[in-house]
Design a protein around this ligand. Structure first.
Ligand code: HEC
Length: 245
């Protein structure tokens, strides 16, 4: 049976272990990789929440995992990062790119974390918390089909090859997206525009991107800005973060 308070001690005190973990998180975020011992890496395994009967971060569904490959293939990483910086290092929190900074554990299930280094577009680590459900799905399709339609002035490329125009047999398919498109983009009568399998997988991946889970020791590794003079100081991290969202 695994308890929430069970950690590999790694032969060091609790305080030392905490700072080691936060250094590992920081080096992952700075360099995109960590060089460490196997024992230390194992200490960063998913957190098992017995109440929820789940291990966080959750693994990607099969389709979303395929979508990750499409994301890699199309080079989305050239313009998008997947790492939320801590308060004081940029304005990620004010831009609502995440409620907390990214920590090493967020990436433990990823053989190739797609952290990125250049931000021509927004950070996408929590885009699945901003764009959700069917509405989010429809938004992504429209945006990928032609970024100008959802985001006028955007310099994100369009990906029309993630869609196909096919003859509609009987009723339009539930997957068809032309309802959301302007008159100039409508297919000829009797035809419909549907995402390809790669398009669908990519959008499921985007919808899955969110690090909104909490685990008991997370707060201890999250940087809090030093006390500002006269301003009442930084908020103390909560000893026990609230439950999963
Ligand atoms: C040339 C740079 C560039 C590339 C390549 C690029 N994007 Fe973007 N992306 C942007 C910019 C700029 C924005 C902000 C304007 C907008 O919404 O279109 C953006 C916005 C987004 C958003 C909305 C984020 C939000 O916070 O609302 C998503 C989702 C997205 N991109 C996904 C992708 C995916 C998936 C790919 C690869 C298929 C990709 N982008 C490739 C530049 C890029």
């Amino acid at each position: 049976m695994r308890h929430q308070n069970h950690h590999a001690s790694l032969g060091v005190t609790r305080e030392h272990r905490k700072s080691m973990m936060s250094n590992m998180a920081a080096s992952l975020i700075t360099h995109g990789r960590i060089k460490t011992t196997l024992a230390k890496a194992r200490a960063l395994r998913p957190f098992v929440d017995e109440g929820d009967n789940k291990a966080f971060p959750e693994s990607l569904s099969g389709v979303a995992a395929q979508g990750k490959l499409v994301y890699e293939d199309l080079g989305c990483i050239v313009c998008h990062t997947q790492q939320v910086r801590r308060p004081g290092f940029g304005t990620d929190d004010k831009r609502h790119w995440g409620d907390r900074q990214s920590v090493a554990r967020d990436y433990v299930r990823e053989a190739r974390p797609l952290i990125g280094s250049s931000r021509l577009g927004p950070d996408l680590r929590n885009v699945g918390a901003r764009q959700t459900g069917d509405e989010g799905r429809a938004w992504h399709y429209k945006h990928l089909y032609e970024a100008q339609l959802t985001s006028p002035g955007s310099n994100m490329p369009s990906y029309p090859f993630l869609f196909e125009t096919r003859k509609a047999v009987g009723q339009y398919s539930a997957k068809s997206i032309q309802k959301a498109l302007p008159p100039s983009e409508q297919p000829p009568a009797g035809f419909e525009i549907v995402p390809t399998h790669r398009g669908e997988a990519l959008v499921e991946y985007l919808l899955s991107l969110k690090d909104t889970y909490n685990f008991p020791d997370e707060a201890t590794r999250v940087y809090t800005p030093p006390k500002a003079e006269g301003a009442g100081g930084a908020k103390k991290p909560e000893a026990k973060p609230e439950g999963h969202k």
